[in-house]
Write a protein that binds this ligand. Structure first.
Ligand SMILES: [Zn+2]
Length: 203
């Protein structure tokens, strides 16, 4: 299983914040490093609670904020800069889920929806799920504590505390990651990093 986030040094990964060619080039370099020829599945993120089951290659214009899959040939990807990427791995059923959760998505129940869909489609038992949280804005730099809220919701869904890993890297203060709020406060150019999750081992 691979769960990894790109960094500012890998460049902006979102077409909304940079020229297409540059984004394609940044993505290509990053994917080559980690996932080789696997297919990348991503969504047009809308801060919703919509979960998409990846079967065939999804149109990147499909709207939603979580992807779930049991196909080892797909690598799931979300674009983030302060929102929290949450990766779920079911080692029993060899299934994964990747969530883009900001304050709105958390409010709307994106975590709960993703876990319920993994149950429904892959028979995942929350007790067996491993949850990995990625870099996101911390309570030190945002009025809401997204870390705590995401952890609470995971636990409410039946994820065990010992199966949860939150490195608590604040995107606002850690310059290795893009931060929407830092960019706004300092009048700097926006960008997005990506978090990817796949069933295969690292290269
Ligand atoms: Zn902070």
């Amino acid at each position: 299983m691979i769960f990894i986030s790109s960094q500012v040094s890998d460049g902006n990964m979102d077409f909304r914040f940079g020229p297409t060619q540059e984004v394609l080039q940044n993505r290509k370099k990053f994917f080559e490093k980690w996932v080789r020829n696997d297919e990348i599945a991503e969504l047009e993120q809308i801060h919703s609670n919509k979960v998409v089951v990846v079967k065939e290659h999804p149109d990147p214009n499909t709207k939603g904020d979580a992807l779930i899959s049991n196909n080892p040939n797909f690598v799931l990807m979300v674009k983030v800069a302060d929102c929290i990427p949450v990766g779920l791995y079911d080692p029993q059923n060899k299934a994964i889920g990747l969530i883009h959760a900001g304050s709105k998505g958390l409010q709307k129940g994106i975590i709960k929806n993703a876990i319920q869909k993994m149950k429904k489609h892959f028979g995942s038992n929350p007790k067996n799920l491993l949850a990995k949280l990625g870099p996101s804005i911390g309570p030190c730099h945002y009025r809401l504590n997204i870390w705590q809220e995401a952890e609470k919701q995971l636990i409410d869904c039946g994820i065990l505390k010992e199966n949860m890993d939150n490195p608590k890297i604040c995107t606002y203060e850690n310059m290795n990651y893009f931060s929407h709020r830092r960019a706004e406060d300092t009048n700097q150019k926006e960008g997005r990093f990506v978090t990817i999750l796949g069933l295969k081992n690292v290269n």
